[in-house]
Design a protein around this ligand. Sequence first.
Ligand code: ADP
Ligand code: MG
Length: 447
Amino acid sequence: MLSDIELKISRPNFLTWLKNSRLVENQDGIAMVALPNNFAKEWVEVKYHKLILGSMRDLSGSIKKVEYVVEGNLSKKPLRQKIVKRAPIGFGDGQLAFQEMRVDPKTNLNPRYTLNSFIVGPFNELAHSATAAIIENVGVKYNPLFIYGGVGLGKTHLIQAAGNEIMSLYKDAVRVKYVTSEKFTNDVVWAIRNGRAEEIKKNYRDVDVLIIDDIQFIGGKEKTEEEFFHTFNALHENNKQIIISSDRPPRAIPTLEERLRSRFEGGMIVDISYPEYESRVAIIKTKLQEHGVELDDSSIDIIAKRVQKNIREIEGILNKLLFYQTTYKKALDTNTVDRIIAEATQQSMNKVSPSQIIKAVSAFFEISSNDLLGRARNKEFVEPRQIAMFLFRDMLSMSYPDIANRVGKRDHTTAIYAYKKIDSGIKGSSDLSQKIMMIKEVVNKTV
Ligand code: ADP
Ligand code: MG
């Protein structure tokens, strides 16, 4: 069945959405397709239902209906399981690409971030318990709650989890809004340019919980700081909860206005430090378990020793291991694990060559490298070509003229255009970013 569908949809889409699915049951003319997560389920339901139903009917005339279930929910329904295909899903950021699209448009919260999936150790215990306390006492306990710490240590996860938790506890009684400080800045700029200052007030003061991520970026942007100061005061006076994250404490944000700094310091300030070895092991083990991947203790030990300061990086390695396991359908031996970790941590970047990128991109899209690098403007060559140019820049830091020369002897502006197009495309489309991620994995693996 899968191979039948594979022929009908593009390979990247197939790889992204359907490869990890399996047929679990076919009873009374109802076929059940199990998908790794909620998002994949929704996506496949909306985009591929017709195709799947059609293919199933072609195979067996008795099929009347197709239903979709999330893998994790399966155990609740005892089913006679006929396993066709099974593969685990990605960790963290790999999955983030999928989940980003599920962001709740009202709150801007991503449901992937929960307190349940947040692992607590000595390094983040304080931040976690302060967060738990404000969830119980919204707006009155610690206000603002200011959480700071380095990159990839769980700030976004924790503050979004607070929002999600508050939403599920208080439902519609509480309005929550999550925003990055860049988004807030953009909104202020927009309001100024369009003479719509009241819009900011409406959007940001009409909430019960305001969560603002990476506040350090507003330092030095006077208008934004001023607007935020007023927003802050309006909320604070009315006992509305404010939760802030930053990569450093208020006093260390050099261009932050004094009056904002003192407001921030008027609440609770907690930091997330680097996870200790034991916490790192716990994080790795939990994440492996969540995704049903087995790894021996010595490999876990290697990862925990190698990556000390960034949980996102740990997830990156786990994703690579997972990718290897699913692609080659082989158990992970220590040598492979060692190699993958070394690759992931020692910037294999320099070892990548243009020809590896060309090979990976043309293989991925199933076109010849001549077509990829040629000048024909057929639709099926254009995106792969832009992706190749993007990767030349992104992975090899090649100059635009070099890139243009390499790809069909074009003008360097074509290379600039291609880079920008893909770069902004990644931010807007999880489908595209997923393709890029997969191609990069292949490139890195062939090094
Ligand atoms: P930051 O905002 O501090 O840069 P993130 O919140 O984006 O970091 O975390 C990076 C990645 O690590 C995310 O995928 C997140 O889910 C994961 N992560 C961070 N801290 C934890 C934790 N304590 N338990 C489980 N996952 C975590
Ligand atoms: Mg963050």
